[in-house]
Design a protein around this ligand. Structure first.
Ligand code: GLC
Length: 573
């Protein structure tokens, strides 16, 4: 790999934010580290086994100590919880299991006073089937005005007994469910790309568009710093709802090659985000939109972050890249180039509430497609190898320019819970796939704070909505805090150095390296990751600044370790 500088993402020159912790040039979101809180599983204040907003408030200082810039909260709105809150029945309130609206206000204030920004989740592709609009749609009957806010169609076949097209739900099974009409007869079908409890909205309907602008304003007025937009690539469907044959795999979005699926990444979505951008820009401060769009290649994803659309999009191509030097080199260079082409910051992410935690995923044989859950009967990935690679991957990620996302618990090195009893599973994927897919519960287990407390300090009682494994004790925060070399302290040091050295606003310059090794410079810091089988010598004159794991007894960088180095050379900025 020869020397090949890539342009840094550049600032738009907007006013610096109000928050205390912003200390790099340009808008905060171009280089921010954003921590995802999954409210059910972060901290439980009342002992019912489900995390809540008061629990988050009580633990905010952890995030300050860790050194992140912002939090993204997964949904806390009133919901039947058919998909853990991604089925929203009321977009302007808080579900009683998570607290009250006043708690949301208090959380925003408590975060702000600590210099932490807060992004909330917006779920516009579908509502819950318990949303009043859907009740009205059912009651209205075929052709009724209220039905047109959703995607209702007559079925195919003699009695309309077949679904209107062949689309499959992301969670398995048909993407259509037939309703019983008010007169008691079997009637029309409605579209749900996810669970039956998540009917898709019709984004051609002006009332749908107006409603979401109003919801944006509602939360902006309460002081949120932005929105993570759920299934941002799904809102607009191809008008003819044409059949989509290639369904060996359940639809999941990435339009890699060939024709684009009629339910994903339609060009019409962009107009919606341009409207929303105008709304955000009319507010003071630097409020942001972040796309959750499983869209590939990187150039199509970049369309979501053009200057008049969203600010960021999750980089899932990076999350899915194999743990090898060529794969990582390719995805990093492609990601930086694609976002630079539209002037957007690149983002980086390794874990979230939908994927196998990277401390487990990276121990799967290289090249394994990302599995949708791991169960007790499946081969169990090696936790030592996984954690070692995860730490190396995190150091690599945090040395890259742009914005990085962390998922709660990864700072503790938490692995996936791969032996959850099947009867405890709650992800609708498990039932809807006919038990073919274990689903996402394994990354959603309530996190451990204190090794010797009930529920490992998750809450005051020994209650947890998903069972916690006994090995959670060794990962608990109080076992790692202040312990040199612990995963938690490695994260903390990485975040501090990233901030001090301006890595988030820097530039990647690739340097010559042997096969199996990635080596680049960002500012005055050199970053080396060894993916190869053999240890590698530190470059001549290098001073070790930080490492994801110990060097070997001869002072070399072992396999699956990332080091941050300083080399005394003039001319490096
Ligand atoms: C997004 C969410 C996921 C949810 C789905 C449907 O992919 O991240 O958790 O199940 O949307 O809302």
């Amino acid at each position: 790999m020869s020397e090949s500088p890539l342009p840094a993402t550049t600032s738009t020159g907007a006013e610096p934010g109000v928050a205390r912790r912003v200390d790099a040039p340009g808008p905060w979101w171009r280089h921010a580290v954003i921590y995802q809180i999954y409210p059910r599983s972060f901290a439980d204040s009342d002992g019912d086994g489900i995390g809540d907003l008061p629990g988050i408030i009580a633990r905010l200082d952890h995030l300050v100590e860790l050194g992140v810039d912002a939090v993204w909260l997964s949904p806390f709105y009133p919901s039947p919880q058919a998909d853990a809150g991604y089925d929203v029945a009321d977009y302007r309130d808080v579900d009683p299991i998570f607290g009250r609206l006043a708690d949301a206000d208090q959380l925003l204030a408590a975060a702000r006073s600590r210099g932490l920004r807060v992004i909330v989740d917006l779920v516009p592709n579908h509502t819950s089937s318990a949303h009043p609009w859907f009740g009205a749609a059912l009651a209205a009957g075929p052709g009724g005005r209220e039905r047109s806010r959703y995607v209702f169609r007559d079925g195919r076949g003699p009695d309309g007994a077949e679904p209107p097209n062949d689309w499959q739900s992301v969670f398995g099974g048909p993407a259509w469910t037939r309703v019983t009409e008010p007169d008691g007869r079997p009637g029309q079908w409605y579209l749900h790309l996810f669970d039956t409890g998540q009917p898709d909205l019709n984004w051609d309907h002006p009332e749908v568009r107006a409603e979401f602008v109003d919801i944006l304003r509602y939360w902006l007025d309460r002081g949120v710093d932005g929105f993570r937009v759920d299934v941002a690539h799904g809102l607009v469907k191809q008008a003819d709802l044409a059949d989509w044959k290639p369904q060996d795999e359940p639809v999941s979005g990435p339009g890699t090659e060939g024709p684009r699926p009629p339910m994903w990444d339609q060009d019409g979505v962009h107009e919606i985000y341009q409207d929303w951008r105008r709304v955000l820009d009319s507010y003071p401060g630097e409020r942001i939109l972040v796309a959750e769009a499983w869209v590939q290649p990187a150039e199509r994803l970049a369309a979501y972050v053009r200057p008049d659309e969203m600010h960021q999009a999750f980089n899932f191509e990076y999350l899915e890249a194999s743990w090898s030097a060529p794969a990582q080199y390719a995805v990093i260079t492609r990601s930086l180039a694609a976002s630079a082409a539209v002037g957007a910051p690149t983002t980086w992410v390794l874990s979230n509430h939908d994927v196998i935690r990277h401390a487990t995923r990276l121990a799967l044989p290289i090249g394994t497609p990302r599995p949708r859950g791991i169960g007790v009967d499946d081969p169990q990935p090696d936790p030592v190898l996984g954690l070692r690679r995860a730490r190396a991957a995190t150091l690599l990620m945090l040395s890259l320019p742009g914005s990085a996302y962390l998922y709660q618990g990864e700072e503790l090195g938490l692995p996936e819970h791969t032996t959850l009893p099947d009867e405890s599973r709650q992800d609708p994927t498990w039932e809807r796939s006919g038990h073919a897919e274990r689903g996402r519960d394994g990354c959603r287990v309530p996190i451990p704070w204190e090794a010797d407390a009930p529920s490992y300090g998750f809450g005051p009682a020994d209650a947890s909505w998903l069972p916690q494994p006994t090995l959670w004790a060794e990962y608990a925060l109080d076992r790692q805090r202040g312990v040199p070399g612990s995963t938690y302290e490695v994260y903390r040091t990485s975040l501090r150095l990233r901030r001090e050295r301006g890595l988030g606003t820097g530039t990647v310059y690739w340097l010559e390296s042997p096969d199996g090794v990635l080596y680049f410079r960002n500012g005055a810091l050199r970053v080396l990751t060894n993916f190869g089988a053999d240890p590698v010598e530190l470059p001549e004159g290098a001073e070790l600044v930080h490492a994801s794991g110990p060097l070997d007894p001869d002072g070399r960088v072992p396999t699956d370790v990332t080091v941050w180095l300083r080399l005394d050379e003039a001319g490096e900025d």
